[in-house]
Design a protein around this ligand. Structure first.
Ligand code: ADP
Length: 383
């Protein structure tokens, strides 16, 4: 296959940190990547000159941007899919395909898909509004405790509430939602799969998201997950069956619950680079970003097995600081062997804003975790 990178334009809707890392990896293969987002303060603009200012939720903006591209993809799901359908009908490639984005953007449709195709997931019910939900509760069709999720617009835990008792009912928003049974979770897992245009597929080893025993907010991503081999095989098999059933092109991150009885449920999916795959930049595999780009171009997918263990920590804005970001103790963190720091280039910090991530790689999990704890304790974003 002959390939001229400059003549194949890749358009990405959204220019946040995922876009920035896509652009950084695109430059390795000299790929011709372009971004659409509000303004050039967004992270990807720092590393990519091909930037169109516009709104990726706006029909005309997405259409005009996409018409100049050979392939259009996303780094955020909440984009104008009507324009993506139109682009597809005009012969422009859109990956993930527009109908899959429609399916994935709506958590209710996602759950119906799992049910229809017998993928294991938490039992659920759909409701049009809060009063329909409350009626089902008073008819004992729902029992405490339960989880309520907004069907659309949720992100990073927003739009998800756990209802333990009547006192929590005020937390429920009046909008279309789904109610799930509480999952008896042992570990939260994530599997990232990438599928090419010819149907070939590669799957990264499963990672686990472990929470600090006392502070629920402190999270480490451990790669590979410390789970029995048969669970690892099971998770990968589920991922493979799911990407094939969807027929998706590009990355699919599959968040799963590993339950206390040893079974696995699919929680939700994201058809793009994912936070749980950032370690692939540093542990010897082909990065998730490069593999996504390879799939967009129809180039062969790269190796997904890691050469090293990795622990990843999100670096969030420290409370209560708002203002120009100061990276406190960056020097100390950079001095540690196996520590890889990624700063997203957001000039302003706010409490809990994702400002960067740190991946610690090595051959021994204990020592990686020790270093991760040090980073977590001393590396702070203040203002
Ligand atoms: P988001 O799309 O905002 O990331 P998720 O569906 O992933 O929302 O839910 C966020 C978190 O809420 C999960 O990572 C998990 O910790 C918890 N959660 C979600 N669904 C359930 C459930 N059915 N049972 C128990 N915990 C849940």
């Amino acid at each position: 296959m002959d390939f001229i990178p400059s003549q194949f334009k890749i358009g990405i809707l959204g220019a946040g940190q995922l876009g920035k890392m896509l652009a950084q990896e695109a430059s390795k293969l000299d790929l011709n990547i372009h971004f659409l987002d509000k303004d050039k303060s967004f992270p990807a603009a720092k590393v990519c000159p091909n930037f169109t200012e516009g709104d990726f939720t706006n029909y005309a903006d997405v259409l005009n941007f996409g018409r100049r591209m050979n392939v259009v993809s996303i780094e955020i799901e909440h984009v104008n899919t009507k324009a993506l359908h139109q682009l597809q009908s005009e012969g422009i490639q859109v990956f993930p395909q527009a109908h899959l984005l429609d399916l994935i953007k709506d958590k209710g449709l996602q759950k119906l898909f799992y049910q229809e195709h017998q993928f294991p997931t938490a039992p659920f019910q759909l409701f049009q509004n809060k009063s329909a939900l409350l009626e089902a509760l008073s008819d004992s069709k729902i029992n405490f405790p339960f989880v309520v999720k907004s069907r659309t617009g949720g992100y990073d835990g927003r739009g998800v509430v756990i209802i333990h008792s009547t006192a929590d009912l005020e937390l429920i928003l009046n909008e279309p939602c789904l109610v799930e049974e509480m999952a008896p979770i042992d570990k939260e897992l994530s599997v990232i799969a990438v599928r090419n245009q010819d149907g070939s597929c590669m799957i990264y080893p499963t990672v686990s998201m472990d929470f600090h025993p006392t502070a629920n907010l402190v999270e480490f991503l451990i790669c590979p997950a410390t789970i029995p081999t048969e669970i690892e095989d099971n998770a990968k098999e589920l991922a493979k069956r799911l990407v094939d059933k969807l027929g998706i092109v590009g990355l699919l991150a599959i968040e799963m619950f590993y339950l206390t009885d040893g079974t696995i449920w699919i929680n939700e999916i994201a058809p793009r680079p994912h936070n749980s795959g950032h370690h692939t930049l540093d542990n010897g595999a082909t990065s998730q970003f490069e593999n996504h780009l390879r799939a967009l171009c129809g180039l062969p997918l790269g190796e997904t097995n890691y050469k090293e263990i990795a622990v990843m920590i999100n670096i969030l804005g420290e409370e209560p600081y708002i203002g120009q970001a100061i990276y406190h103790n960056l020097d100390q963190v950079l001095a540690i062997e196996g520590v890889h720091v990624h700063l997203y280039g957001k000039t302003e910090t706010r409490p809990y804003r994702k400002m960067g991530h740190v991946t610690i790689t090595g051959n021994d999990l204990e020592s990686c975790l020790e270093k991760a704890n040090f980073v977590k304790q001393y590396f702070k974003v203040i203002a």
